[in-house]
Ligand binder design. Sequence first.
Ligand code: HEM
Length: 499
Amino acid sequence: FTAPGTGWLAKLGPPGALAVGLLKVAGVGAARRGPELPQVAGSLAAGDAIFLPLYDHFLKHGGVFRLNLGPKSFVIVSDPDIAKHILRDNSKAYSKGILAEILEFVMGTGLIPADGEVWRVRRRAIVPSLHQKFVTEMIGLFGKASDRLCQKLDKAALDGADVEMESLFSRLTLDVIGKAVFNYDFDSLSYDNGMVEAVYITLREAEMRSTAPIPTWKIPIWKDISPRQRKVNEALVLINNVLDELISTCKRMVDEEDLQFHEEYMNEQDPSILRFLLASGEDVSSKQLRDDLMTMLIAGHETSAAVLTWTFYLLSKCPKVMSKLQAEVDDVLGDGLPTIEDVKKLKYTTRVINESLRLYPQPPVLIRRSLEDDMLGEYPIGRGEDIFISIWNLHRCPKHWDDADVFSPERWPLDGPNPNETNQKFSYLPFGGGPRKCVGDMFATFENVVATAMLVKRFDFQMAPGAPPVEMTTGATIHTTKGLNMTVSRRTKPPVIPI
Ligand code: HEM
């Protein structure tokens, strides 16, 4: 899931320009069936948000080119038809490549890194668990968690203190996903406990591994003596123990339940995905279940937190959009928590999220490795090529989008279809596309709509005076470099004027 920085260079497969030339002389490789990919020599500094230089290369060299970085090379795709070919039409010819290697320590063979038969079996088991009834039930959970955040912000509004919203969004979405996936209350908005810390240690490690120049964690002795690695191992042991405990408790509950499993099975006391998976009676090892739960925890946590962070950043820059959004929310939401009927009426709020995902896709780059020779448009590629599909480039292509860099929720008609990769012909794919498309797209959209609506109903948000400029850096998703520091103030409702 990670959009890598520089460390992955060490893990990349095929050789750069020089070696490609040598192979060509020897009559081997991809030079056989068509023109050679345009070649670009690049360099990256550690800590670079990789998708930014890739955008400049895309404008100069087009929708598909080979980027040579020292002795390594990889193929950058920013063309919708080629993205469709890789992700959907010929998806069997591609694996997750380096992504699986980087994430193995935390996700094992969970759904995101898994390939082949393991992926097929787990996907078939997991997709049904996110059925309509479950997602509708989750709206209550989104509302309760967002309300807890509102209460926290009430205090800041009263004190006049600045708030760092990025970390609060991260806690909000951690609380939501823990409860939704395995019925665990992190309660990270209230306080830090060992589990919350363990999750953050693990996440930061995954990001570090994707950007580190040398994979020190693979060195046998270092692994045992490095304080950092010891901390990571301890965090993983804690998380695994808690997950094992949750799995066995849930198994007991399922055994005791007078179970009638059906397509939309949901236990009212515990509507979690874990409960569904166990109740479905599928024969799955505890280790595989743990990998799946951990995968969903990470997939559903950082992504939604990043969407909220960049949505509020964009809103703070566009008061007109904010006013229109608040007008809709005031109109639709009552005093209680939002219901599914409310969410369906929050059409402009949904467009705000759609548009935020266009400008700040999470993750900004998808990763694949070719398993066989293939054609990308007119260009042949060989087996073992590492490929980055730049969603950032697709979503900001000036040929495809009017005012590509402008935040304009109005570009999506309110009564039009919900924009997705199919109706936008792979020029817009915030949740990916093809067989590996996100399983949590509906869940995440509702979560972001509910949180945004509840927050802007209660508060006005402004960038804090003197806050550092908001810049981007790449982790698993797009982070800010120094946080999103804002001031919040309670909104006073406009007076009701009697007619
Ligand atoms: C896959 C985006 C929320 C679970 C993906 C992919 C994208 C994505 C782009 C495709 C990755 C690829 O093709 O390499 C997002 C965004 C989210 C979000 C932007 C929030 C706004 C969630 C949530 C869950 C989830 C809430 C779980 C409840 C997954 C899983 C996969 C995935 C399991 C892997 C599917 C597979 O490989 O078969 N997501 N996601 N995501 N997502 Fe999400």
